[in-house]
Structure formats: structure tokens, C-alpha cells
Ligand binder design. Structure first.
Ligand SMILES: [Zn+2]
Length: 85
């Protein structure tokens, strides 16, 4: 089936013994090699991975903006305090 993944331990041929969808477009496969080593692979659609990457970047940007807003509001609060006195 064009499935040429080899065992990371002994480089032997492997076969899928179980595969299940873990939710949004990702599949977890349990594999076993000819020498009995077992391991799991995790497949995610590549564009999904790109989206995750973009989400991570957007999250960092949002945190930076939130940080700036907090500093700004502290600044404004300090300025208002100065006016009251
Ligand atoms: Zn092996």
C-alpha cells in the first residue's frame, strides 16, 4: 500500500496494527515491526499544521498587544491619578 515506514529501532519493515482518528483530521497509528518493536505515529494534515503554526503566531502577537495595552492603561491610570491630586 505504499506504506514504507521503517522501525526507528531496527529499521525493519513495519505494519499498522491499529489506527484511529483522534478528532480533527488527525490519525494515530500503532505499528509493529518484524522484530516486535511497537511504536505510534501521528498524522496531521499539513495545511492543518500550517494553521496551527499561524494560530501560534497570532497568539504570540495577541499576547504582545495585551502587554502593550496593559502598560498603556497603567500609564493612563497613573496620569488620571496625577490629575486628581
Ligand atoms: Zn524494530
Amino acid at each position: 500500500m505504499g506504506d514504507a515506514l521503517v522501525c526507528p529501532v531496527c529499521m525493519g519493515n513495519t505494519k499498522v496494527i491499529d489506527s484511529r482518528s483522534t478528532g480533527d483530521h488527525s490519525i494515530r497509528r500503532r505499528r509493529k515491526c518484524v522484530n516486535g518493536h511497537r511504536f505510534t505515529t501521528f498524522e496531521v494534515l499539513s495545511n492543518e499544521a500550517d494553521q496551527l503554526d499561524m494560530l501560534e503566531k497570532a497568539e504570540k502577537e495577541l499576547l504582545a498587544v495585551a502587554d502593550r495595552l496593559e502598560k498603556l492603561s497603567n500609564h493612563i491610570r497613573a496620569a488620571m491619578k496625577g490629575k486628581e491630586q
